[in-house]
Design a protein around this ligand. Structure first.
Ligand code: GLU
Length: 287
C-alpha cells in the first residue's frame, strides 16, 4: 500500500517551530517512501478556529517548501460524516448522554479510590455519573455531550494492537482502557463531534497509512485504535516524534507568538534556517 501521511493542524493560532518539524518530517518520510503527504484542517472547534489562521497556515507551509494535493480536507465540511459514525455507535448502545461539567467531575473525584489513576489521555477519568441516567434507545440526543461506554465497548473485544515506528518502536496494544482511559466524550455539546472521533474517521477517509505527529498525542492513540476497531476502520502505523522545546526545555505552545514561524519569517530567517533550527538538514526534505 502506498505510504500516505498527513499534517493536521488546527487553525486556532500561529504555527510554530514544532508544527514546522512535524510537517517537514511527515513530508520527508512520504518522500523517502515514494508516498504522499496530505494536509487536513482540523477546524471542528468553531469557537476557536479562524479563517485568517487557516490562510496563515497555508502561507507558512508553502514558504517552508511544502506542497500537498488539493482540495484540502476541512473538518468543518464533514460534520454529516461524523454524525453517521456517532449514529453507528449509538445504535450499538455504546454511547450515553452526559450532562456533567468539569466541576461536577472534579467534585465527584475529590475522594479518589486508592490506586485508581485519575488522569487519562483526555484529563480526568470520568467517574461514570451519567452512565445509567438516560435511556440509550430512541433517536440519538442532539445538543448534548455523548460519552463512549468504554466497558460496554471493549468487554467482548480482543483489543487490536498498533505498530509504533517513532520514539518507542514496537507493537502496542491498548492496556486496560476502562481504568486508564474511561468513558471519553465522543460528541461535545458545542461541536456535535470531538477530536478523537473526527481524526479517526478522517484518517480512514484519506487512506492514511502512517500518522506522523508529536509524542504529546501518543497517549490518545489507544483511543483512536479502539474507535477504529469499533467503527470497522483500518489502523494506520503511528510515528510519534519528540517535541521541539525552547531553550528552557519548555514545550512550545500556540500562544508563544514569539516562536511563531511568522515571527521568524519577519526577522528574515530562511526556510533552510528554520530546518537547521529544528535539526532537519535541507537534503532531509527529499531524502
Ligand atoms: N489537530 C491536532 C493538533 O493540531 C493534530 C491531530 C493529529 O495529528 O492527530 O494538535
Amino acid at each position: 500500500m502506498t505510504f500516505r501521511t498527513r499534517f493536521a493542524p488546527s487553525p486556532t493560532g500561529p504555527l510554530h517551530l514544532g508544527h514546522a518539524y512535524s510537517a517537514l518530517l511527515a513530508q520527508q518520510m512520504a518522500a523517502r517512501h515514494g508516498g504522499e503527504f496530505l494536509l487536513r484542517v482540523e477546524d471542528i472547534d468553531q469557537s476557536r478556529a479562524r479563517r485568517a489562521w487557516e490562510a496563515q497556515i497555508y502561507d507558512d507551509l508553502r514558504w517552508l517548501g511544502l506542497t500537498w494535493p488539493m482540495p484540502v480536507m476541512r473538518q468543518s465540511d464533514r460534520l454529516a460524516t461524523y454524525h453517521d459514525a456517532l449514529d453507528h455507535l449509538w445504535a450499538a448502545g455504546l454511547l450515553y448522554r452526559c450532562d456533567c461539567n468539569r466541576r461536577d467531575i472534579a467534585e465527584t473525584l475529590s475522594a479518589p479510590q486508592e490506586g485508581a489513576p485519575l488522569h487519562g489521555p483526555d484529563g480526568l477519568i470520568y467517574p461514570g455519573t451519567c452512565r445509567t441516567k438516560h435511556p440509550r434507545t430512541g433517536p440519538r440526543p442532539q445538543d448534548h455531550a455523548l460519552r463512549l461506554d468504554m466497558g460496554e465497548a471493549t468487554s467482548a473485544m480482543t483489543l487490536r494492537p498498533y505498530v509504533e515506528t517513532g520514539l518507542k518502536p514496537g507493537e502496542i496494544a491498548p492496556d486496560d482502557p476502562v481504568r486508564t482511559i474511561g468513558d471519553i466524550v465522543l460528541a461535545r455539546r458545542d461541536m456535535g463531534t470531538s477530536y478523537h472521533l473526527s481524526v479517526v474517521v478522517d484518517d480512514a477517509a484519506q487512506q492514511i497509512t502512517d500518522v506522523v505527529r508529536g509524542v504529546d498525542l501518543a497517549a490518545a492513540t489507544a483511543i483512536h485504535v479502539i474507535l477504529q476497531q469499533l467503527l470497522e476502520l483500518p489502523t494506520p502505523r503511528y510515528h510519534h516524534h519528540a517535541l521541539i522545546r525552547d531553550e528552557a526545555g519548555k514545550r512550545l505552545a500556540k500562544r508563544d507568538d514569539a516562536r511563531s514561524l511568522a515571527t521568524y519569517r519577519a526577522e528574515g530567517r530562511t526556510p533552510d534556517g528554520i530546518r537547521a533550527m529544528i535539526g532537519l538538514s535541507p537534503s532531509d526534505l527529499t531524502g
